[in-house]
Design a protein around this ligand. Sequence first.
Ligand code: GLU
Length: 490
Amino acid sequence: MSVRVRFAPSPTGPLHIGGLRTALYNYILAKKYKGTFILRIEDTDKKREVKNSENYILNALSWIGITPDEGPFSGGSYGPYRQSERNDIYKKYANKLIKSNSAYYAFDTESDLKKEREKLKKRGEAFKYSSSNRLLFKNSLTLKKENVLKIKEGVIRLMVPEREKIQVNDEIRGKISVSSEELEDKVLIKADGSPTYHFANVIDDYLMNITHVIRGEEWLPSLPIHKLLYDSFGWDVPKFLHLPLILNKAGQGKLSKRDGEKEGFPIFPLRWGNSLGYKETGFLPDGLVNYLVLLGWSPGSDKEILKIKETIDIFNEDKIHKGGARFDFEKAVWLNQKHIQNTEPKELLNQFPEFFKNIASDEKLKVSIISLIKERASLLTDFEKESVFFKSEPRSYDLNSVSKLNKKNAFIVLKHLHDSLTGKNFTLRSWKSEMIDWGKKERIGTKEILQAIRIALVGSLNGPDLVSVSLLIGEVSFLKRLKSFMEFLK
Ligand code: GLU
């Protein structure tokens, strides 16, 4: 049987980094087995729906290079792929469960249930509508048939069997068994006729022929309910893989939007309102994807810098971790840097033109600047930051850098360089070695010479190779910068 996986987000807001990782693992498994990746929109809870999230999800997937094989936008023969368009299907299957006595109607009002909840709360107990108390409530098991027919509005609940051991299997964690006493008679169909997550999810996974359910660990507690549903229909279960939680850096609790805000890193792949995404922060899709695949899986070798194609080749689902994965933004930046370094300057420019709009006006110059700065850039936004001095002469000098200079010597250095260039004794290519030789005679160290020139050219002690900088800015600007800094030192 060919592998079919699904990514099933709810359009209740932007996709966060954890959701993107789930999508990615699904995609990798589908590609590894030459299977099918399905996008299913789980929009059963209309009240929680947030405008534009569906588009956001699609754009985020597309940014990291995932195009669903089937889904609301790609079509496919198992549609519709939006749950809100499948209500008739769910009703039909819910009726089957009623007929086979695996589900029942319940008519308790919100306030009935609230009363019950509060009563138990006083005793320090949590309320659960279940096999132990279902006969105390208003439902088709307790009401006479005529009364049931008279009451129109009701929900359909799963009839969890009494005192049974329910065995589930997670491919990552192995067998887990739960006593049915612990489970609630979950609502399957709500009073408005729409399905709940649990019900729609199972029906769709079955009808869409899903072979592997890959999702976050937070869904593991739902697995026994899902298993009961499969059993009630007499269906085989797919394989389940619950991915480890993503924890904050300290490893204390789930990574939250607040952690990102506090520590200044993005939590969404793309911009959402005022929150910048990984894209706008300067991540290459390859860099983020590389980080995400390692967040809960390791290839079992030292190889860490991976492109998606290589990951697909070596991915082994047996190596997915059980324990929570700590989120480490610095590691993500480090991997991104490696991907920048592994990409040709021309390719960087073609793929991410928006980051190079302002660094120069013509393409050739852009490519030269990119080559020069590439080794130092961790994020695509670094290129503009690190190249401001190409466009204009330093408007101010970093005083901390200036304080490291012997001002008198610096002045002599700059003057000698200026005079030698204007006197045509040095060229833009030769000045560095000439100055070093001169320094030996004058007893001025190479470091001292180059520091003075660097501050004159770029304003501080940081920056790329000086000869390359001088060639890019040209002689006129070079001389002007030497002059300005000499003025400053006077
Ligand atoms: N709609 C659920 C979510 O948003 C999907 C859970 C699942 O994959 O079963 O996380």
